[in-house]
Design a binder for this molecule. Sequence first.
Ligand SMILES: [Zn+2]
Length: 225
Amino acid sequence: MLYRYPREVAEGVFALGGWWGALAYLAVGAETLLIDTGVSHVAGAILRAVRATGVQPDSIDRIVLTHYDYDHSGSAAQLARDLDAPVAIHAADAALVSNPSDSPGLRRLLYHRPVPQVLRWEAPEIATTLEEGDTVGDWQVLHTPGHTPGSMSLVRDDVGIVGDALIYMRGHLRPNVRHLATDIAAQDASIRRLATGGLRTVLPGHYAACTDPGAVDELRRRLGA
Ligand SMILES: [Zn+2]
């Protein structure tokens, strides 16, 4: 299914669009947050999408990255300058966002020099690191590692922004590709946690937002949880 963006996918939460298929979200609340930033050189498109929601880009308090991958952090450095907004990421991904060539496992190939240079990827300066139990605005930080060491989810009420812990395709919530996981056991545990955490809306980093609570129920049953 093709969606029109931006699109309000939960109260005060907008899916801004997908860049190389990587979704960015805008969340309005105690703080206005931009969550994930697509690939490099899409800052202008993201700002246009923000304006189309009726939210002024100037009101964005913080940029939060669900994890360090460059389809999520690609335009963070540019947007931090454009918005004069600090960038936050989980503590366990902070070093990797600065030095992605240190990536573990098969990820080393993705980040092997000169790939970041070819993609003209610019490491964002990290102002704040986050950990399990922290809050960002009115969102709770859940450490949901596996896809990367510092993958995290943001949860407000029954809405979860889950980065690449899960994907939503053809009506089903699924685990992300296993060969990109830095820790498969951790990824499985994170998925189980998200499936059993009472979420009704799951907003992943790729494909589409899941606003069907039935898909969460199905995932939980499939996991036998
Ligand atoms: Zn990723």
